[in-house]
Ligand binder design. Sequence first.
Ligand code: CUA
Length: 332
Amino acid sequence: MLARHAGKITGIAAALSPVGGLTGCAGMQSALDPAGHEAQELYLLFLGMCAGGAVVFISVVSLLIYAVHHQRRVHSDRVVARLILWGTVTTVAVLTVLLTFSLALWPGLRPVQAEGQPAIEITVTGHQFWWDVRYQTPDGQAVVVAANEVRLPVGERVFLTLESADMIHSFWIPALAGKMDMVPGRSTHLSLLATRPGVFRGPCAEYCGTSHALMAFSAVAMEPAAFTAWLAARRMPSPTAQAAGLQAFLSNGCGGCHTISGTEARGKIGPDLSHVGSRETIGAGILPNTVQSIARFIKEPDTIKPGVRMPSFRMLPDEEIAGIAQYLKGLQ
Ligand code: CUA
């Protein structure tokens, strides 16, 4: 029954969407512009609660106006008793409808993994102030490591295991689903089902230190075939023609913290930089992924992201930084 009404409610929402557009409710980081199954359920919950809240507000204001205009008239005991009765009945009815409505949406908000159902499994670990992302390949044979970007196929359920290496962070892609805390020492889980392709933004939703507000990632929903090809390509080392840039990267010790597949760089402290050139952003959702941004981040990560663990490399000549940046951008 709820499903039948869901269509109607979505229709009303679609009619109101130009209003949403005008007030800035659309966009890559909006729960009011859903692109995932769970976000759609939450959107229905939001509309239902707004409608319920409007009914309560209008009723209370109407009663207030009534009371102000009839302040001098003394009601009989019978009228007073009736007002109290109907006030109670209306309150209970509104709360019952809202509670039933929200409980009916519950199963769709936290779906459990069906037995034997093949699913894409991704482990995301929160760090101050970036995200480590590991994909289990469908054959179960390999783990593809990436950072600061979560890719997922449209129309296929993805199961996420969420962990933290230091503080409590919170994983949230408003356009796709609700948020889930990442707690040190334990694993939490979240399930996503993207319903249309697109690039969305995921902010960290739990205060985790100085650069909490600068800890974000891109969520890229791709067509299933494109996702499979992308994941297969990520199992190969990044192709590169920038031998000088790689040399500068290694000789300045960058490989002590970062890994680049197919090279001697095997560090585990910072984000994995294999294929970093193909990511949407640099610095965990902070800068557009360009050679200039990468160079700027190498030179002064502390001014772009206060509290970052990466040391600044201001002492390097600009040409050397540019060479490393060009090499990294070339890792497609
Ligand atoms: Cu990580 Cu806030």
